[in-house]
Ligand binder design. Structure first.
Ligand SMILES: C[S@@+](CC[C@H](N)C(=O)[O-])C[C@H]1O[C@@H](n2cnc3c(N)ncnc32)[C@H](O)[C@@H]1O
Length: 267
């Protein structure tokens, strides 16, 4: 099960670096803590994160725009993904769940500052034991959080349980087919794309789509981190993220790592 202290420490140490990285060469801070999607022409992490959530919106499809739609974000971090969905869908309400209370506190503040606080509900809890009632959500999203989850079958069973019949779950994360090639493994429980599909089907979901966007993530992110680090003092975080992004870029060239966006449906 997730080591809450370890995860809390990880985000306390790294979220400021990521906030600054996503604001670098961008108009504004996205409040997202993910790698983004970098098709041609995208040059900042903040813009790449917006591109990424546009892709996620496509994958969610019609449950996002239905009247009084209620969505769940699992591992919502400091709120950027939910806030973007709420700002671009005025009839939507979102529950943002995270295991780290300090992340949720910041997410609530950010949602209020963004003018969507009345449609955002923060909920502390684990993705593998959701403190939520059955069949209440039209859709759920889980962006770059599931790599922390040791028991992915339990996670998929919980997502299935809280999704309404006809609802959609979009899960996006780093996938890996050679764990030995990873330089950093603490609190990281990477799985292959086939394993994700297997857990989802075992939990009862149908697969709607799967897409690997890794070639438009890892090289661009590494370059962006290098560019940003050149403007900064060489902190421990700067060094850590250049090493990890370089490792992922190399693994991506060797086709040992991917970045998958999965969409699943509960019939
Ligand atoms: C990389 S951040 C992504 C945040 C957000 N989805 C985004 O894209 O901006 C991962 C988040 O997952 C949360 N998390 C890790 N393990 C979790 C668990 N077992 N249950 C719920 N949240 C968890 C972390 O606290 C962190 O806020």
């Amino acid at each position: 099960m997730t080591d809450v202290h370890q995860v809390t420490n990880f985000y306390q140490t790294n979220r400021q670096y990521w906030r600054e990285l996503s604001a670098f060469q961008s108009e504004q801070c996205s409040y997202m803590l993910n790698f983004g999607f970098w098709p041609n022409g995208i040059v900042s992490l903040g813009d790449a994160q917006i591109e990424f959530i546009k892709l996620v919106k496509e994958k969610i499809g019609h449950p996002l725009t239905e009247k009084n739609s209620h969505g769940l974000e699992i591992g919502c971090g400091i709120g950027g993904v939910s806030i973007y969905l709420l700002k671009t869908n005025p009839a939507l309400s979102m529950t943002g769940l995270d295991i780290v209370q300090s992340q949720l506190n910041i997410a609530e503040t950010n949602a209020t500052l963004a003018g969507v606080g009345d449609r955002f509900q923060a909920q502390q809890g684990s993705s593998m034991a959701l403190p939520l009632t059955d069949a209440v959500f039209d859709f759920s999203v889980c962006i770059e959080s599931s790599f922390h989850y040791e028991d992915k079958l339990k996670f998929f069973q919980e997502v299935f349980r809280v999704t309404k019949p006809g609802g959609v779950a979009v899960i996006a994360d780093i996938t890996c087919t050679d764990l030995n090639a990873l330089r950093f493994k603490d609190s990281h429980f990477f799985e292959s794309p086939a394993a994700y599909i297997g857990f989802a089907e075992k939990a009862g979901f149908d697969v709607l789509s799967q897409e690997d966007i890794g070639v438009s993530v890892f090289p661009q992110l590494y370059q962006h981190i290098l560019n940003y680090n050149h403007t900064q003092a060489r902190t421990r975080e700067a060094k850590y993220w250049s090493l990890i992004a370089n490792n992922y870029k190399t693994m991506s060239q060797q086709e040992k790592i991917g970045y998958h966006v999965f969409a699943f449906k509960k019939q």
